[in-house]
Ligand binder design. Structure first.
Ligand code: ADP
Ligand code: ZN
Ligand code: ZN
Length: 770
């Protein structure tokens, strides 16, 4: 006799906010395939709907008579996740106030969507399945004949192609991407029998990097700090309660080696590992090190892969062929059957917060997943987030232990670099008008003379600009709100984003064009482009050093980051000039100089994390210097030399920054001492958005009442008050650290009177407040 089984199924319907599952009968013929994690076809409100199985049980809930329960119609895709993942998905939905289907979708097989749709009103509903397209599967290899082949003197492309193939076979698509026009060359070479082109069945998406420095040579001996960290991780892993180990290690202390060893131990216990890195294209070196240690046991998952590539990598994991998953935050959802460890590298990075639904933070999901699966969570950083430091200080958080291990020394003979802070207001007073101060210009020349390498950071924030005094560095503030006024080029106006007041530049401060601080007339919209710096740099260094510019413009195509880094790697003397993207993860021992052109632009952003982000950035970029035998020097140019974030970097002392920062956060009840959620509303009609936001604010206020630790701010215009013609307003909610903000806000928004045409997004633990 077989049992009648029931499945809890979440219907995926775009038009309705689904916050719970519905019960269906599992017919006998589907008993084997209709498991937790399966995608199925069911009937919902008299039509076919795609749904996801999140639970199986022996009787239906909701007080339904078993014979009234509708059957599952078809199983559309086999299981993509297990019971643990189903629990985590439900938690994500509650915690981050998103619908259940939104929370489940990240767990599904990538590159394939299933929906029941109809083309237009009145048409029949139809199941539509979209699968990712095929990719170019042709591979090019050298034949034995290549050894004796001499290209003619002018056949330079042939020589390049042959050189590129010397390290092994390459995909045709990749070859044409690196060497444009090589397709023709390849077919000429193939005719001569020098190369062979063949179709291979292969797994897409595994390529990472050919940087020579991306090999993880096993060190002969681990440092004592490394041993300590590995021991702490081992203990956490063996206890299996979802413990968190924060590896707080200075740049170059060997954290990556700690991760590698910890993963080795986990694998030898028969358990897999997930490693998150902030952005794959920027951390190719780190990823390469995992691949070189674990080979084909590694799957790579990130957004720059095509959907076909992503599917292949994901499938490797599901089939159990790859037990180490390295990737961006979405790698958390990989279908590993056993999990010993989750590692989050550079855990302080803002990119771990997803900015569209589900708006989760990878650290929080990972902590939850670790508890659920009984594994350990390792957070690594040279500049841990204030949240993680605070939780370690408490010793436990959310039902798990939080352990702090520190690695204060660099590996081997490498020392932390010498830091110099250059006060740019003095440079200006002394007549300097270049983007390079005297000390930085001299250091660059010295570096070029010694034929070494330098990294130069141009700190550029998003869209906001500031008017700044070039003499004293003062930035005009709102007389009513004490927050920096942003400068709007188009209207030539200064605006306060707290109170919304604005002044034409000429009328501020009543009615002078002079600096409010020192009365100087040198007020300028501050912000230089990488292009200008590149030009000045070439003027300064001439041909003595290669200049490699890395910014949003020069890294548009797939694999371009990579190629620029390879150029930097191969050069004998070069400057890598770039925006924020060059600050992370690079490990080039020949870099002896790091320059920061403008340290303080991010300090002035109207965001409570502005100082923390600046500190992190400076500390990270400074960490690129002196990783090898030669000592490193760091020169930081700033108009705000006295700011604690800059002083802390200068003195290699985090507490210089933490002390005042934590005091301010505590006073304002900001994270880590409170939670901050942001509800944004947008639409074409300003009036409708205004009504909707007022309604939301009123209902949240009503629910919150006078509860301790809660505060509702707004509604007010967003800092980005208009995007793509949509007017934007927001309501901010502060809550105690342990409050269920998500549930309260989800209910509030459901009850609020939100006019048609107005969209709403709830962002719990928001990072982007603009
Ligand atoms: P972090 O991630 O902390 O910045 P890395 O893991 O990149 O540091 O290590 C810095 C450098 O030191 C790397 O080139 C790495 O190969 C090397 N290294 C790490 N551990 C050891 C060790 N125990 N002995 C020798 N070299 C090591
Ligand atoms: Zn104001
Ligand atoms: Zn001034």
């Amino acid at each position: 006799m077989s049992f009648v089984r029931f499945a809890s199924i979440v219907p995926d319907i775009a038009t309705r906010a689904i916050d719970h599952a519905f019960d269906y009968l599992v017919p006998e013929r589907l008993e084997r395939s209709c498991t937790v994690g399966a995608t199925v076809l069911v009937t919902f409100s008299h039509r076919d709907v795609v749904g996801y199985v999140i639970d199986l049980k022996d009787e239906p809930s909701q007080g339904l008579a078993p014979e009234r329960v509708l059957p599952v119609r078809r199983v559309l895709a086999e299981s993509a996740f297990d019971e643990h993942s189903a629990c985590v998905a439900q938690w994500i939905s509650r915690e981050y106030a998103c619908t259940l289907p939104d929370a489940i979708r990240p767990f599904l097989a990538p590159g394939q969507t299933m929906r029941v749709r109809r083309k237009k009103e009145g048409d029949p509903w139809q199941l539509v399945v979209e699968r990712s397209g095929p990719v170019d599967e042709r591979w090019v290899t050298l034949t034995p004949a290549a050894r004796d082949f001499k290209p003619r003197p002018h056949a330079s492309r042939q020589r390049l192609v042959l050189a590129a193939l010397r390290d092994g076979a390459q995909r045709m698509a990749e070859l044409s991407a690196t060497l444009p026009g090589s397709a023709g060359t390849v077919s000429t070479l193939a005719k001569r029998g020098v190369v062979r082109v063949e179709a291979r069945r292969r797994v897409r998406g595994g390529d990472v990097t050919r940087l020579s420095s991306a090999k993880a040579k096993r060190p002969r001996q681990l440092t004592a700090d490394q041993e300590g960290a590995i021991e702490a991780i081992r203990a956490a892993r063996c206890r299996g309660h979802g413990e968190v180990v924060l590896v707080d290690g200075v740049t170059g202390s060997g954290k990556t080696e700690v991760y590698l060893s910890a993963i080795e131990e986990s694998l030898s216990d028969g358990k897999g590992a997930i490693v998150l890195v902030p952005e794959i294209s920027l951390t190719a070196q780190t990823v390469g090190r995992f691949r070189s240690r674990f080979g084909d046991d590694v799957a790579i998952l990130h957004s720059r892969l095509s959907s076909g590539e992503r599917f292949d990598q994901w499938d490797l994991v599901r089939e159990g062929h790859a037990r180490v998953v390295v990737g961006a935050r979405s790698a958390l959802f990989a279908p590993l059957s056993t999990l010993g460890l989750i590692i989050i590298d550079e855990e302080h990075e803002g990119s771990y917060k997803q900015d569209c639904a589900p708006r989760y933070h990878a650290r929080e999901v990972a902590a939850r997943l670790a508890q659920e699966r009984g594994c350990a969570l390792v957070l690594g950083s040279a500049t841990p987030s204030l949240e993680s430091l605070e939780r370690c200080g408490q010793g436990s958080w959310g039902g798990s232990n939080w352990v702090h291990v520190s690695m204060p020394r660099r590996v081997g003979t490498a020392r932390l670099p010498e830091i110099r802070v250059v006060d740019m207001t003095r440079q200006f007073a002394a007549g300097g008008r270049s983007v390079f101060s005297r000390p930085l210009a001299e250091a660059l020349e010295g570096m070029a003379a010694r034929q070494e390498k330098a990294v130069l950071l141009l700190n550029r924030r998003g869209f906001a600009n500031f008017l700044m005094c070039r003499e004293c560095g003062a930035v005009p503030e709102c007389p009513h709100c004490s927050c920096a006024l942003t400068y709007h080029e188009r209207t030539h106006a200064l605006m306060c984003h707290s109170c919304g007041r604005s002044w034409p530049v000429r009328a501020y401060p009543d009615p002078a064009t002079r600096c409010p601080n020192c009365k100087s007339r040198y007020m300028g919209a501050y912000g230089v482009g990488t292009q200008r710096v590149e030009d000045e740099l070439k003027g300064l260094l001439g041909d003595s050093a290669e200049v490699i510019r890395m910014d949003a413009d020069s890294t548009k195509g797939k694999g371009t980051h990579q190629r620029l880094l390879e150029r930097f790697d191969g050069a004998s003397c070069a400057v890598l000039l770039g925006t924020q993207m060059i600050a992370k993860g690079l490990d080039f021992p020949e870099v002896t100089l790091v320059g920061v052109i403008n340290a303080d632009t991010t300090l002035k952003l109207p965001d409570f994390r502005a100082a923390e982000r600046t500190y992190d950035l400076l500390e990270q970029v400074a960490g690129r210097a002196g990783r090898g035998e030669r000592a490193g020097e760091v020169i930081i140019q700033t108009y705000w030399a006295g700011h604690p974030a800059i002083q802390a970097v200068l003195k290699h002392e985090r507490d210089v920054f933490l002390g005042p920062e934590l005091r301010e956060r505590r006073e304002g009840s900001y994270p880590p001492f409170g939670r901050l959620a942001n509800i944004t509303l947008w639409g074409l009609s300003a009036e409708a958005v205004r009504c909707g936001s007022s309604s939301v604010a009123a209902i949240v206020r009503e629910k919150v009442g006078s509860s301790r630790g809660w505060e509702v701010l707004g509604p007010a215009d967003c800092l980005k008050a208009r995007v793509k013609d949509r007017v934007r307003r927001h309501v901010m909610v502060k809550a105690p650290v342990n409050a269920s903000v998500g549930e309260l806000l989800a209910h509030s928004v459901r009850e609020a009177a939100i006019p048609r045409g107005v969209s709403v997004a709830i962002d719990v633990d928001a990072y982007d407040l603009m």
